[in-house]
Design a protein around this ligand. Structure first.
Ligand code: NAD
Length: 488
């Protein structure tokens, strides 16, 4: 078998110890790897590289396209950027995959049958990091959900299920509230799901979905979701599996993939030779599957499960009555190596054999007719009477445009607001064509041109209205593409 080039980083804290153990096990199992070592982490940060990675490491990553990374210590204090976020964003690692399974009774769990995988979109959503303070009272964070982003992650989840013999994919969203953003994720899930009739499919609103996940995780198989929800639920699932220290994860992009343990560098036990290498080993199994060495991954997984069954445990999972022998990091690795031809007797292995990198087709943008039908002008206004600002704006609208409504934190306060509604200094003022008509089933919005929007802004500015920003309102193929205010 041809050797596959892999970039390896030993990291900080317990990183070097668990990396050594992991590489030893892989070598003994016959993994065909050509490793290139790069330096990342605390020393690199302190030498003036604010992302914790040296420029030459990028060359190695570009060459090998596969990164096995031990945990690092991120120095506290200003100016240091998370290495993980930097690699994830720079290299376009759009999918985060975190398998979480119970190893009961060898590692006690309240959910002995759980065995699921969280597949989380990794680049968009509220994590695009676009935040502003707009008024004294109000801050905002932009939630970006894109069609190519949704298509890639949803297809990845279905392909993952097929490749690894998983039976069901659950989509988790909050589209009863965020109808446009989470609604897009959900509709892409339903669209792409039609291409996978062999896989059971369901959707859950994230609140009840996470409650069920925490209570009955054995009912889930693959869960696909957006960035923020995925961040939260993947920590919950790792925790309730009873094995935070044992789980690995992968970050997959079109060009590169990164594999690691989910835990950190554990400085409290570094250098003592007692760390559990299982988290990084599980990350490495995902890597072997990714590079087409799934049979080697299976062999190691079998030996690892057998070692746990035999009660050979590191201190973090050692329990009197369950464990047989307390071992250190290298002792554990030796025990796994000694069992490389054995299979578990109770625990079920998840086979990686026959796996191959999951290829996602390129994105094809659909042509849509986009028309401008209005604008939301956000205004900083320190008064507290909605009628007062409403009347002022009405007097500045001009001949082509009318004020449809004003909301404060999304609730309609003008016209005909409730005096009980609490108002901040941040007013969203919706303008549409003066010729717009209310029909039985909604509104008919005549088209505006951008010049009319600019003229409106000029009139507002001349009238001493403090405009924070303007958001254009569009229809795509005649469909309204903006949300309505509460009570609009
Ligand atoms: P941690 O995961 O390093 O440690 C939490 C606890 O779990 C500690 O008591 C530790 O001893 C124990 N633990 C963790 N891994 C273990 C293992 N393999 N075997 C036995 N025990 C283990 O989390 P932390 O203490 O919050 O963070 C330490 C450092 O790691 C910080 O600098 C943090 O920024 C960094 N970190 C890095 C990554 C990464 O590189 N991907 C992830 C998380 C945290």
């Amino acid at each position: 078998m041809q050797k596959i080039p892999v970039t390896v980083a030993y990291g900080d804290g317990i990183g070097p110890e668990i990396m050594e153990a992991t590489l030893r096990i892989m070598e003994a199992a016959g993994a065909q790897l050509d490793t290139e070592v790069v330096e990342i982490g605390e020393k690199v940060y302190r030498s003036g590289h604010t992302s914790g990675i040296k420029p030459e490491a990028w060359d190695s990553l570009r060459r090998t396209k596969v990164f096995l990374k031990a945990p690092i210590t991120t120095p506290q204090g200003g100016g240091y950027k998370s290495l993980n976020v930097t690699v994830r964003k720079t290299m376009g690692l759009f999918a985060n995959i975190r398998p979480c399974r119970a190893l009961h009774p060898f590692v006690p769990s309240k959910h002995p049958l759980m065995d699921l995988v969280v597949i989380r979109e990794n680049e968009e959503d509220l994590y695009a990091g676009i935040e502003h303070q707009q008024t004294t009272d109000v801050t905002q964070c932009l939630k970006l959900i894109t069609r190519p982003g949704c298509e890639r992650i949803v297809r990845y989840a279905f392909e993952y299920a097929r490749t690894y013999g998983r039976k069901k994919v659950t989509c988790m969203i909050k589209d009863n509230i965020m109808k446009i953003t989470d609604g897009l994720f959900h509709s892409v899930f339903k669209e792409i799901g039609q291409e996978y009739p062999d896989i059971e499919q369901e959707s859950k609103i994230i609140d009840i979905g996470s409650a069920l996940l925490a209570d009955r995780p054995q009912n889930f198989d693959v869960v696909v979701t957006t960035n923020l929800y995925g961040d939260v639920i993947s920590d919950i699932t790792a925790q309730i599996a009873g094995s935070v220290g044992l789980a690995g994860s992968s970050n997959i992009g079109e060009h590169l993939a990164m594999f690691e343990a989910i835990h950190g560098s554990a400085p409290d036990i570094a250098g003592q030779g007692i760390a559990n290498p299982s988290g990084l080993l599980n990350g490495a199994l995902l890597m072997l599957a990714h590079i087409g060495q799934g049979d080697i991954a299976d062999k190691i997984q079998n030996a690892w499960l057998r070692t746990l069954e035999d009660g050979i445990h590191t201190g973090d999972i050692y329990e009197e009555g369950v464990s047989q022998e307390r071992v250190g990091t290298q002792g554990f690795a030796d025990a796994v190596i000694a069992r490389l031809d054995q299979a578990p007797q109770t625990l079920k292995a998840n086979s990686f054999a026959g796996s191959k990198p999951i290829a996602i087709p390129g994105y094809e943008r659909e042509k849509k007719e986009k028309t401008l039908v209005g604008c939301d002008v956000f205004v900083d206004w320190q008064g507290d009477s909605a009628d007062e600002i409403g009347q002022k704006l009405e007097s500045l609208t001009g001949p082509d445009i009318k004020l449809k409504m004003i909301t404060n934190r999304g609730v309609k306060v003008y016209p005909n607001g409730f005096p009980e509604t609490f108002c901040t200094d941040h007013w969203r003022c919706r303008f549409i064509s003066a010729k717009a008509e209310k029909l039985d089933d909604g509104w008919k919005y005549p088209v505006l041109n951008f010049k009319q929007v600019l003229e409106l802004q000029n009139r507002l500015n001349d009238g001493q209205v403090d405009v924070i920003k303007t958001e254009n309102l569009y229809e795509f193929d005649g469909e309204r593409a903006f949300s309505l205010g509460q009570g609009e």
